[in-house]
Design a protein around this ligand. Structure first.
Ligand SMILES: O=c1ccn([C@@H]2O[C@H](COP(=O)(O)O)[C@@H](O)[C@H]2O)c(=O)[nH]1
Length: 277
């Protein structure tokens, strides 16, 4: 488990707030890996070996594993167990359901004794409210990462609805912050929404924000930092396809490292500019 203090220490030590997204698609990995007993795990293992000193989090997206049934679940379990313990391990599962069902989702991703997986954090959809989120908070030290303003074009369909008390996403952040503190709650905010970060910081001044959308989706790291960085950094910026599919040849891990290094160097410059390090 990774506390807020440990997360900040990692960011300062590695001069990075990079999250490597393990959206590992069996159809996109190099051919030569297909001869291994678990090609997806072999791919993830090599990506982790090549990038662990440059990033402070990994984020497998559950869809890429669940879509492969039992084999995918085994790849996810092996990846979760292989991830170094000092690096924040986020399962991007985007779950949300009534309390007793959420209890079981929490057990699936947090209770290694029953499922083989012990993630540090899970992404959760907020729309079923308090009782759909609190089951995850019963696991001491684990993080709940609530979808606030997503990178998707469709974010305008609901998240920008006027509630009479601001946009729905603003209401989500304010309400969720009454359920737990900034030591347990983060919010997802898409890099494609960088101009909204100033506004988001009004409601979430201390929360870490998980920011997908740089790289393949075209979000600007510079703008995210300009509007969203706090004295503790407060940002975990994810890139998945831009790193893990930098090459589909035998050099894929080296190519992933080179992409991760580029982002780490930009992040170091941003951390220095903001006086975090
Ligand atoms: O608003 C959101 C929430 C989650 N995601 C997820 O992040 C990664 C992004 O992958 P890239 O290849 O770097 O675009 C992926 O797992 C998404 O499901 C998001 O993009 N936006």
């Amino acid at each position: 488990m990774i506390s807020r203090r440990q997360l900040i220490e990692q960011i300062k030590q590695k001069k990075s707030f990079l999250c490597v997204g393990l959206d590992t698609d069996i159809d996109k990995i190099p051919e030569f890996l297909k001869h291994y007993p678990d090609p997806v795990f072999e791919f993830n293992k090599r990506i982790i070996d090549a990038t662990h000193d440059l990033c402070i989090a990994y984020k497998p997206n559950a869809a890429f594993y669940e879509s492969r049934g039992l084999k995918g679940l085994q790849s996810l379990i092996s990846t979760a167990q292989y991830t170094p313990k000092h690096i924040l391990n986020i399962i991007d599962a985007k779950r949300g359901d009534i309390g007793n069902t959420s209890d079981n989702y929490a057990k699936a991703f947090f209770n290694e004794a029953t499922s083989g997986m012990s993630f540090d954090a899970i992404t959760v959809t907020p729309y079923m409210g308090n009782d759909s989120v609190t089951p995850y908070l019963k696991y001491e030290g684990r993080w709940v990462i609530i979808l606030a303003l997503t990178s998707s074009v469709g974010s305008k369909d609901f998240q920008y609805l006027e509630t009479g008390n601001g946009f729905l996403y603003e209401e989500v952040i304010q309400k969720a912050n009454t359920w737990a503190g900034a030591d347990r709650l983060m919010f997802v905010v898409g890099a494609t929404k960088s101009t909204e970060f100033t506004n988001i910081r009004k409601y979430a001044p201390d929360n870490f924000l998980l920011v997908p959308g740089v790289g393949a989706q075209g979000g600007s790291l510079e703008d995210v930092c300009k509007y969203g960085m706090t004295k503790d950094c407060g940002l975990i910026v994810n890139s998945s396809r831009g790193i893990i599919y930098a090459s589909n040849g035998e050099d894929f891990a080296d190519a992933a490292r080179a992409e991760a290094l580029k982002l780490q160097q930009q992040m170091q410059a941003e951390l220095e500019k903001s006086g975090v390090i």
